[in-house]
Write a new protein. Structure first.
Length: 367
């Protein structure tokens, strides 16, 4: 089931059918932590059909409460009338809302300026970029397949933002650099790092107890932002002490391995490799990000060695090219481990590789 769900999401990426509408309750849960940032600001939702977008609904209903100056939304023109069942117009549009005019605290149709765009409404179009320049903060759920250029555009125009992404996207070299330099960070996040998005195009493979009709369950989703919030300044409480027998060293990186964020040793002064889920607890005042184990130098974590002629030995004994051994951190074992392992020329023992690790250092280790 998991493989099938991943296949569907991969298809979404390839086909660009990646409109996953965000639930209003998820927007409300996250936005409540940033209210101080929105006073007298122009908010732009540039990947949102205002006729169905809960982002537009949230900001229009809370316009006065947040003290907004203006709300602008645009959406990409529907090229496939089967893609979004609620799309009726063949034209891309944008809406401008500047607050309640008749005192009923409800955004009425006559208070919302609806304009046709000349182009297709793509966030990269000249029209959309002009609206972006007018805005102060961008808030939306951008297309899964266009995350890189979308984030690049935000930084090109020096915009504040709060957007939805996936935790795997922080491993992109462009995103990682921004994270490392504290130019972008995780938001408060979804409960359990899981969200249900409104989408009728793919079958939901969630367990019966977690299935929601007309929605797809996606794990690993997160909010990404450059708006400050209190959670990112909370110290992670550490309780374990370093023990060289418990914390194994990598064979190809000068760091120890920590499998779980809660197991980070409080007294270790060197570099540690932690899973990417650590970023949900990352406090830049407490830790420094040193690099990422990708096997490549571009992530500022240079491997101490490259394995020559690596071979992957599968659980059934079959052998294939073992180039994966040079793509992440590896542990060297004297005894043959269970499951998949690797061998390489001039390596005495057996290697296992780990999922991507962020290399970090504790800025204030205990004595």
């Amino acid at each position: 089931m998991k493989n099938e769900k991943n296949r569907k999401l991969t298809e979404a990426k390839k086909s660009k059918k990646d409109e996953f509408y965000t639930q209003l309750e998820d927007i409300e849960q996250e936005l409540k932590h940033y209210k101080k940032h929105f006073k007298n600001k122009v908010v732009y939702c540039n990947c949102d059909d205002p006729r169905v977008s809960n982002f537009f609904k949230y900001f229009s209903l809370n316009f006065e409460k947040l003290g907004l100056k203006k709300l602008i939304t645009t959406c990409y023109q529907n090229q496939n009338m089967d893609l979004f069942s609620q799309h009726k117009s063949k034209k891309a549009i944008y809406l401008v809302y500047e607050g309640d005019k008749n005192g009923n605290q409800i955004p009425d149709p006559e208070e919302i300026g609806i304009q046709n765009l000349k182009g297709d409404g793509d966030f990269r179009s000249e029209e959309a970029i002009e609206l972006l320049k007018e805005s102060d903060i961008v808030v939306t759920n951008p297309p899964f397949s266009l995350f890189r250029p979308y984030v690049a555009q935000l930084f090109e125009h020096k915009k504040k933002f709060l957007i939805i992404g996936h935790q795997n996207q922080i491993k992109y070299k462009e995103t990682f650099k921004l994270i490392k330099e504290n130019k972008m960070w995780m938001g408060h996040g979804f409960k359990g790092n899981v969200a249900h998005f409104i989408n009728n195009h793919y079958e939901d493979y969630a367990a019966a107890g977690d299935h929601k009709e007309g929605m797809i369950r996606v794990s690993g989703v997160t909010w990404l932002t450059n708006l400050d919030h209190s959670k990112r300044h909370e110290d992670l409480i550490l309780y374990k002490k370093f023990n060289k027998d418990e914390y194994l060293r990598y064979d190809n990186y000068d760091a120890i391995n920590v499998d779980k964020t809660k197991e980070i040793p409080m007294d270790y002064k060197g570099i540690m490799g932690v899973p990417i889920t650590f970023m949900y607890k990352y406090n830049p005042d407490q830790f420094e990000i040193m690099g990422m184990t990708s096997g490549r130098n571009e992530f500022e974590a240079v491997p101490t060695k490259k394995y020559k002629d690596p071979i992957q030995i599968n659980s059934d004994g079959t052998k294939i090219n073992g180039s994966k051994a040079n793509t992440s951190a590896a542990i060297l074992w004297k005894k043959k481990p269970d499951g998949v392992y690797y061998t390489a020329s001039k390596i005495k023992g057996y290697l296992t590789i780990l999922y991507t690790r962020f290399l970090i250092k504790n800025k204030k280790p205990s004595k």
